[in-house]
Design a binder for this molecule. Structure first.
Ligand SMILES: Cc1cc2nc3c(=O)[nH]c(=O)nc-3n(C[C@H](O)[C@H](O)[C@H](O)COP(=O)(O)OP(=O)(O)OC[C@H]3O[C@@H](n4cnc5c(N)ncnc54)[C@H](O)[C@@H]3O)c2cc1C
Length: 492
């Protein structure tokens, strides 16, 4: 009798370029079921999670991400038999699989600590009922076997990684969307998803006015590659608008889009309209995503360690008052506040804004960088374990930034990239009556009448303290620190 197999969907909510689906089809099943588990560790910290030790201001999944995810699931549920289970995967998946007479489950392998722990537990629980769990590689530009170095020897510096992969390997063509043996939607799932969506508050009009799902994602990529891509390099550091950057990240994070498919579309656009620096730069940014994925594979739990990859001992502050002022956008630094309010309201903020607020958090407030990363994790519509924690490590100076101590001047950044002050005025209504340059840092005397707080720290002296403390800690690193040696070798 032909087998009945299932796809356990994780961050791969699509049908194109889906290696797990292709592997399942090779078993020539009579039916393929799709299953998604709603509950911890997605919506809350679960039994196998290591809940980060940080002041909780929301559940694990913010409202904006929840909406995008529900939309993405609905987009699939309209086309395939998708079942939604509620509970923890290791508990609900085996029960469901036995009931349905499933003989094997296919999914995509993850590298991060918690994700791996769940996949291992699910595999063990399924094995007790004689059901096999197959893990396929996916969601990346390259496969492990293609890399020109073993993952354990991944270069520390991004530039070295980029040069090596660019020189030696090619991105493979994406797999086509396959024909399925059976594709009737499940009415109960459609109803559940629609009901949950209708219960969510209306979305805020903002810089991310898109719907979740493979079909909306593909349609946006094609639209973006018609025109806006060709000026990406010049516009990518802006703060607001629909086309200043690609906005692909939430679809990539949930796997509604595969990076290989985006790459193939990019090459097509270049053939049709000509390649330029901007088209190359989008690929360059996709390589950053790729680099952080492999960094996660190489470094495991160190991605989440306070001392980071090099175990740099810094006296990080754990001050809830400062933390909450940052979260609420009440730091008294207009560009930081605008970005934090945008993030808290919409689940989205630009890359430039993320860099500014993460730098302010770790270099001026000198707060434990993991609190910032954990807060981002709960809010971001495009939360991706590798990109989020990897970027935070980098911004906090405990990751793979060759320069070590990098910082952003929020006033200068606002002058450079919010030239007419639109972004600040959009999110900080107290300052709407002001114009640049005063808008970027209003005088202390006018703040109380505007209802806007005084700066919670002095920018210059807080930065000096952080810099001195950081370099002292680096100098005090134990001699023979292997990572330090590696950094130095790669830089030469
Ligand atoms: C502190 C901090 C936390 C971040 N957390 C996340 C996260 O959880 N998820 C996430 O996808 N990105 C994260 N980023 C990276 C980056 O900010 C977003 O990928 C980018 O803003 C998404 O917008 P876009 O799709 O328009 O990007 P574009 O500028 O159009 O870039 C195209 C794609 O390249 C990738 N990319 C671009 N920059 C980076 C980068 N620095 N690191 C990794 N990939 C990159 C993304 O997949 C992005 O969609 C973080 C950055 C910082 C500084």
């Amino acid at each position: 009798m032909a087998q009945r197999v299932a796809i356990w969907l994780l961050n791969d909510l699509r049908l194109h370029d889906h290696p797990a689906l292709h592997a399942a089809l090779r078993e020539r099943p009579s039916q393929i079921d799709f299953v998604f588990v709603w509950g911890a560790p997605l919506t809350e910290w679960g039994k196998l999670s290591y809940p980060p030790d940080f002041p909780r201001v929301s559940s694990r999944m913010g409202r904006a991400r929840e909406r995008f995810l529900l939309e993405a699931l609905l987009d699939l549920a309209e086309r395939v038999p998708l079942t939604i289970l509620q509970g923890e995967p290791q508990e609900v998946l085996p029960v469901w699989a036995v009931q349905k007479g499933i003989s094997a489950i296919y999914t995509h392998a993850e590298w991060a600590v918690e994700e791996t722990a769940y996949q291992q537990q699910v595999a063990q629980a399924l094995a007790q009922s004689g059901i096999r769990l197959f893990l396929q590689e996916g969601n990346a530009l390259y496969e492990k076997a293609q890399l020109p170095f073993p993952v354990e020897s991944l270069p520390l510096l991004f530039t070295r990684f980029r040069q090596l992969v660019e020189r030696t390997i090619q991105v493979k063509a994406p797999l086509p969307e396959p024909a399925l043996p059976y594709s009737t939607p499940i009415e109960e799932t459609l109803q559940w998803l629609r009901k949950k969506l209708s219960q969510l508050p209306q979305t805020h009009e903002h810089s991310f006015p898109f719907r979740g799902g493979e079909r909306p994602g593909q349609s946006w990529v094609r639209q973006y590659f018609e025109k806006a891509i060709f000026t990406y390099k010049e516009t990518r550091n802006s703060f607001y608008g629909k086309t200043f950057s690609s906005h692909f990240s939430p679809w990539l994070a949930m796997g509604c889009l595969s990076p290989r498919w985006i790459y193939a579309e990019l090459r097509r656009a270049e053939k049709e309209h000509g390649a330029n620096e901007s088209t190359y730069w989008l690929f360059f940014e996709l390589l950053w995503r790729e680099y952080f994925r492999w960094l996660g594979a190489r470094w495991g739990w160190k991605l989440f360690a306070q001392g980071g990859l090099r175990d740099i001992r810094l006296p990080w502050r754990r001050d809830e008052k400062l933390f909450l002022a940052w979260v609420r956008g009440e730091t008294g630094y207009p560009i930081v506040d605008a970005a934090m309010r945008e993030l808290g309201t919409t689940g989205w903020t630009s890359n430039r804004a993320r860099q500014i607020v993460a730098s302010f958090f770790s270099k001026n407030l000198f707060l434990d960088w993991r609190w910032g990363a954990a807060y981002f994790e709960t809010q971001l519509i495009d939360y991706d374990v590798y990109s989020n924690w990897g970027n935070w490590l980098y911004q906090a100076g405990v990751g793979t930034d060759g320069r070590g101590f990098r910082w952003f001047d929020p006033v200068r950044q606002a002058k450079l990239y919010d030239t007419d002050g639109t972004f600040i005025r959009m999110w900080v209504p107290e300052l709407r009556s002001l114009t640049p340059p005063r808008l970027y840092m209003p005088e202390p005397s006018m703040r109380s009448s505007l209802g806007y707080p005084l700066p919670i720290v002095d920018w210059q002296s807080s930065l000096t303290y952080a810099k001195d403390t950081y370099w002292r800690a680096i100098k005090g690193e134990p001699k023979g620190n292997q990572l330090l040696k590696l950094f130095q070798e790669e830089e030469n």
